[in-house]
Design a protein around this ligand. Structure first.
Ligand code: HEM
Length: 500
């Protein structure tokens, strides 16, 4: 094949296929939004950004917002999506018409054994599952779980001690992510994974991989949507099957051990109890397994990422960290008290405001989605039936109309007085409305607790290995491309932080 230089025949075939698809994709793309009179970036614009290494979807959202304003169209492969940052439209989509017109997220149906997780369930089925799960996240329940979380925050501070002592450079997410995972595993199924001590534990490896969907499969369904039913029947799954199988076997073991005995009220037990209480309306065994898996997957990486970004930004802003530590020392002269961690506004005011600042600039879930059930006109814009509406949260949180000087840490933005003037649809790190994050309050307590205990004992500091600014990961959830590396400095106050 001398006339086809450089590559093998297979590579050329693939190349030709992708170039044809790319051209066809550009060709197909123009219809929808042109007809609706909605601006839409040309696919070629995305191509340019990909080759320059800025293929991060949420940064593209920000660029599109700068170019087109608060409503624009876009294509994900061949799927049209309407991006909405207009706060009054968001109110209609996420709250007012949530049940009637926008109850569901996009569901590619290639979910394998996780076909009935709450986050992808639809309509009445979603409502039933969500209603059963909601009582697991009341303040009372979270307070019960607080003591379990505390055992893990103590393990976290203990594991950091030698690192601070030896002035080691650490990958903060290794520790803070492991804390989140261990706390989640204990609160969800009462199992002690202790991945802080054992970073190669299969639990953490599988949890990390669980939400990394298969890119080739994603591309195939995106370019050839008509193949979806065939792929579904053939049992293809975007979620790695080996990870799902691992969690299933862990859960089956836990459930088998429970038969007949009395147990701590973890998420699993609460779901199992729902089977007795609600008779036919309770969760099936399979649904329980799916929710138990998705809780850990949804909670661990988001909370770990939030903590890692907090650590990074505190290390870069030592003055804010010092103020925060002073406040922590005053509020908790001896140990962390449950009541104070629960009160977001009255105690730990700096922490509250800094946490808000971080999850505004780095929302771990950078896009929220809903699908239109019927064609509807909102504020003069027609949203056709089946259109995916995406809320570009990352761009929304940096909109200068809503957040003057968006990148600045202005503590007073979230002060009691100013908080009232923040439009509730301008700040969506956990979504909003009936389909918002079910684990929001649980996550906030888990994150606050770790932050307080770590800052009681240590200060974060940047070192020559710290990447400034961070390059973001072009794939998956929002996060840095390379690990965040910091050093820890032990604080003398640590000796006072002893549980009695
Ligand atoms: C900092 C940590 C977290 C962040 C930033 C976060 C963020 C989000 C966001 C933005 C959504 C989509 C909301 C919407 O569509 O309006 C969501 C949904 C969800 N989150 Fe979280 N989350 C976090 C922690 C957790 C935890 C700890 C759990 C479980 C214990 C959890 C379970 C869920 C579930 C099950 C859904 C789907 C809810 C439904 O469809 O009804 N999340 N989360």
């Amino acid at each position: 094949m001398g006339f086809l230089p450089f590559f093998s025949l297979e590579t050329w075939a693939l190349l030709v296929m992708f170039i044809s698809l790319f051209i066809m994709y550009g060709y197909w793309s123009y219809g929808v939004f042109e007809k609706l009179g909605i601006p839409c970036p040309k696919p070629i614009m995305y191509w340019g950004t990909v080759t320059k290494g800025h293929s991060v979807y949420y940064i593209k959202d920000y660029m599109s917002f700068k170019q087109f304003g608060k409503v624009w169209g876009m294509y994900e492969l061949r799927t049209p999506m309407l991006a909405v940052m207009d706060v009054s439209m968001l109110k209609t989509i996420l709250v007012k018409e949530c049940f009637s017109l926008f109850p569901n997220r996009r569901n590619l149906r290639l979910n394998g054994d996780l076909y009935d997780i709450v986050s992808l369930s639809e309509d009445d089925n979603w409502r039933r599952i969500r209603n059963i799960l909601t009582p697991a996240f009341t303040t009372g329940r979270i307070k019960e779980m607080f003591e379990i979380m505390k055992q893990h925050s103590r393990k976290l501070t203990d594991s950091l001690r030698p690192k601070a002592h030896n002035e080691e450079v650490i990958n903060v997410k290794d520790f803070l992510g492991a804390y989140s995972l261990d706390a989640m595993a204990s609160c969800a199924y009462s199992i002690d994974t202790d991945t802080i001590k054992d970073p190669s534990h299969p639990f953490i490896n599988h949890a990390k991989k669980l939400l990394r969907i298969s890119i080739p499969l994603f591309l195939i369904q995106g370019f050839f949507p008509f193949l979806l039913p065939l792929l579904e029947i053939s049992g293809f799954s975007l979620f790695p099957k080996s990870c799902v199988a691992y969690f299933k076997s862990v859960l089956e073991k836990v459930r088998a051990e429970r038969r007949g005995g009395s147990h701590q009220m973890d998420f699993l037990q609460l779901m199992m109890n729902s089977q007795q209480e609600k008779q036919n309306k309770g969760l099936s065994d399979h649904e329980i397994m799916s929710q138990a898996i998705i809780f850990v997957a949804a909670g661990f990486d988001t909370s770990g990422t939030t903590l890692a970004f907090l650590a990074y930004n505190l290390a870069k802003n030592p003055e804010v960290m010092r103020r925060l530590q002073e406040e922590i020392d005053t509020t908790f002269p001896s140990k962390v008290k449950q009541e104070s961690v629960f009160q977001y506004t009255d105690s730990l005011y700096t922490e509250y405001k800094y946490l808000c600042f971080i999850i505004r600039l780095y929302p771990p879930i950078a896009r929220i989605e809903r699908v239109a059930k019927a064609t509807v006109e909102i504020n003069g814009i027609t949203v056709p039936k089946d259109m995916i509406v995406t809320v570009p949260v990352y761009a929304l949180h940096r909109d200068p109309d809503l957040w003057p000087d968006p990148e600045e840490f202005k503590p007073d933005r979230f002060s009691k007085e100013n908080k009232q003037s923040i439009n509730p649809y301008a700040y969506l790190p956990f979504g909003i409305g009936p389909r918002n994050c079910i684990g929001m309050r649980f996550a906030l307590v888990m994150v606050k607790l770790a932050l307080v205990e770590v800052l009681q004992n240590y200060s974060f500091s940047i070192c020559k290995e710290t990447e400034i600014p961070l390059e973001m990961d072009p794939t998956g959830l929002l996060g840095p491309l390379r690990p965040i590396k910091l050093k820890l400095v032990a604080r003398s106050i640590a000796s006072a932080n002893v549980d009695n």
